[in-house]
Design a protein around this ligand. Sequence first.
Ligand code: KIV
Length: 273
Amino acid sequence: MSAAVENNKKKVTTFSFGEMKQRGEKISMLTSYDYSMARIVDNAGIDAILVGDSASNVMAGWNTTLPITLDQMIYHGASVVRAVKRALVVVDLPFGTYQGNSKEALNSAVRVMKETGADAIKIEGGEEILESVQRILSAGIPIMGHLGLTPQSINKFGTFTVRAKDEAEAQKLIRDAHLLEDAGCFAIVLEKIPAKLAAQVASELKIPIIGIGAGNQVDGQVLVIHDMLGITNEFSPRFLRRYHHLYEEIAGAVENYVSDVKAVNFPNDKEQY
Ligand code: KIV
């Protein structure tokens, strides 16, 4: 077995994330929320799996990420971890479990790490949540930051449009990114911001910057798997590339099944005992 293949089979860690940035290797990341999907995604060679609170949207059908609970995130996280051999697994702390009270933030992060077996947690925000970031990191729990469009603050923004287009917000984002790096976060997600700003942050910071709607001059990319596979078909932001149209494929298969059952074409003689 070649060294490259052997290296590729090694478990991805927060440390190897940093090494990938240093050697200029782009980092691939996708969400997953359940065992079966995570098994496929991991075996296909993804570097990192995000158990995102987007589960609130794509798994539970809510309009925002706000309703999902810590217990529900732990259920999704543990299901994913049971499937994964190589990818780094990061679990989102949900809305209301880390803002405002750093002791509660630490309790939430400890529960996720103990009860899921994940490698790291992700939280949204900069300066406002710095105390929580520091307390969680002091317990040895790796944190991925998340800046730009932070969906847990959607009621404050009032819109899902591109963030940090004006100078003041861009300057705050740059300051926040440095604060998170200095505190000890191992990576940061930048969501839906101008590509030029994301490129600047990626070049100023040593830790990997993972983009979603943040251009290609960052250190890696993340997408919601239901969007990139075309399971969701009503959400079409400019940054989304659909690699499949599974909604139509699944609907077609179900239609065929329904008509086979109705016509007594299923099961046939070979499909029974
Ligand atoms: O919850 C999620 O899926 C995310 C990604 C959009 C980065 O946070």
